[in-house]
Write a protein that binds this ligand. Structure first.
Ligand code: SAM
Length: 274
């Protein structure tokens, strides 16, 4: 079988296009990384698939061979056109701007993507806010973003992204990828993560996001000051926050980053926000 690198060469011989930096076009050329992504996606037993950014198709050709319904979201007009001509269902748009709800009818839907790096954090937050829909996601990130997603409390990388992702997904590292696994080679290292949807008691996910944002508003500030300076929670904070901290044997001076994703959820419920 033809290698991912040779496949890419042939693709661009037929369709001569320059890789666009503005669209994060670093194309996969590693058979090993492609295989790892596909194996991870398969482990979720998908019944339907979505791929963001098929590009020249390092993953797409394999996904098509699974004979499952597959939707492609591609912002680059020429690449979108290519996949339409191949008979695929293509949404030519920015994955951050489209309405995902009509796409999320099937609960065994799996999202796969070698994501353009500039949309990756927002994409994870957005998809974490969907209660129904995706069963799982297998996504490539800049390594530093993957570390933020999986970070533990009190570490430098820990923050809003960690709290949101870890509340709504079980997350595992699939593999690392170096600059030479892509063409053109990016300057940064990359990492693939697999996300499995978790059951969560949080019903109003947007409200939880707002609460967590307020808690992390100013990283160096104490949780107390962050919540007190937010108009939405300042009335409840003077009584409810000390109560909760005492029940957890935590000092009043605690900072948002010292609360685990689970603590943040408990505090949110203690504020009776649902
Ligand atoms: N899947 C291919 C691969 O692995 O070689 C290409 C991955 S490349 C890192 C990212 C792809 O996402 C490109 O095809 C790019 O045109 C597309 N893209 C960039 N920004 C996008 C956006 N906001 N929404 C949808 N697709 C986007």
């Amino acid at each position: 079988m033809i290698s991912t690198r040779d496949r890419l060469k042939l693709f661009f011989e037929k369709l001569p296009l320059e890789a666009k930096k503005s669209l994060g076009q670093n194309f996969l050329v590693s058979d090993h990384v492609v295989e790892k992504i596909l194996d991870a996606a398969k482990s979720f037993s998908p019944v339907e698939l979505i791929e963001i950014g098929p590009g020249p198709g390092a993953l797409t050709d394999h996904l098509l061979s699974w004979n499952l319904p597959l939707k492609l979201i591609e912002l680059d007009h020429h690449l979108a056109q290519h996949w339409r001509e191949m008979g695929c269902e293509v949404i030519e748009a920015d994955a951050l701007q489209i309405d995902w709800s009509p796409l999320m009818k099937n609960e065994k839907l799996v999202l796969v993507s070698n994501l353009p790096y500039q949309i990756s954090s927002s994409l994870v937050i957005d998809r974490s806010l969907d209660k129904d829909g995706l069963r799982a996601m297998v996504l490539m990130f800049q390594k530093e973003v993957a570390q933020r997603i999986m970070a533990k409390k009190s570490s430098d990388a820990y923050g809003l992204l960690s709290v949101i992702a870890q509340n709504f997904w079980e997350i595992q590292t699939v593999c690392d990828a170096g600059p030479r696994d892509f063409s053109p080679a990016p300057r940064v290292a990359s990492r693939v993560l697999a996300f499995k949807k978790k059951d969560s008691l949080i019903k109003d996910r947007k409200k939880f996001l707002k609460f967590a944002k307020a808690a992390f508003a100013q990283r160096r500030k104490q949780l107390k000051s962050n919540l007190l300076s937010d108009t939405e929670w300042q009335n409840k904070s003077p009584t409810l926050l000390p109560q909760w901290l005492e029940s957890r044997k935590l000092p009043l001076t605690v900072r948002g980053e010292e609360l685990s994703p689970d603590d943040m959820k408990d505090l949110y419920f203690h504020f009776q926000l649902e």
